[in-house]
Design a binder for this molecule. Structure first.
Ligand SMILES: [Zn+2]
Ligand SMILES: [Zn+2]
Length: 213
């Protein structure tokens, strides 16, 4: 069984341990303690009781993290999903962060700690989410994808996402989402989409992105 770096993770976060395995998901739970500072912000030390489920298909299937003690208010201002999992970033943003090294420690350092830092900061100081130009939900995700794809509006993003769900050969014959009026294959935008095809397979885009459209 692939542990996705769970042993190294438990070494770095020793108050977490293996929980009961559910179906084919690894289960890690316990106290997640961190110390971090970002963007010239204050150093924050804090801890959360977490359950982290890591699907067998990680990183194409993303981890699901729940906060167990109700420390994080359950509302959109704190980026909690309807299924009570933490919204640590849009699926595409998360998988881009895991591109170089798809391990649990990378997930913790690049996704989980920045999210929890922002939560702790907001709990203490109020105000907006510190990395939080992004609104929670579809609108925020679309804005994030505009940024990742270098596009300007949600309509273009929806078209680009649907092309990522198609085979390259077929997508290249379609009208380019950047609104250049050419076919995708004749516009440099196809290079951008091809780099994203290397990050994740079509199944990922179908699973995580098609329901946005
Ligand atoms: Zn969110
Ligand atoms: Zn174009």
């Amino acid at each position: 069984m692939n542990l996705h770096g769970a042993l190294e993770f438990l070494n770095d976060y020793p108050e977490m341990s293996f929980g009961p395995m559910k179906s084919r998901e690894l289960n890690l739970r316990g106290t997640f303690r961190f110390r971090a500072n970002y963007e010239g912000g204050p150093i924050i030390e804090d801890r959360y009781e977490l359950e982290i489920l890591i699907p067998e298909g990680f990183p194409i299937e993303l981890p699901k993290v729940k906060e167990l003690k109700g420390k994080i208010p359950r509302d959109n201002n704190y980026h909690i999903n309807p299924d009570d999992t933490l919204c640590v970033g849009s699926p595409l943003r998360v998988i881009l962060k895991l591109q170089e090294s798809a391990t649990l420690n990378t997930y913790a350092e690049e996704c989980l700690v920045p999210y929890l830092y922002a939560v702790s900061y907001k709990l203490k100081n109020g105000g907006d989410f510190i990395f939080g130009e992004l609104e929670h939900g579809k609108k925020g995700i679309f804005n994030d994808y505009c940024d990742i794809l270098g596009l300007t509006n949600p309509n273009q993003v929806a078209k680009a996402l649907s092309l990522l769900c198609m085979k390259k050969r077929i997508a290249n014959k379609k009208i380019c989402p950047c609104e250049c009026g050419k076919r995708l294959g004749s516009c440099n935008f196809h290079i951008k989409l091809n780099t994203l095809r290397l990050v994740a397979p079509r199944s990922f885009y179908k699973k995580h992105l098609l329901d946005l459209i």
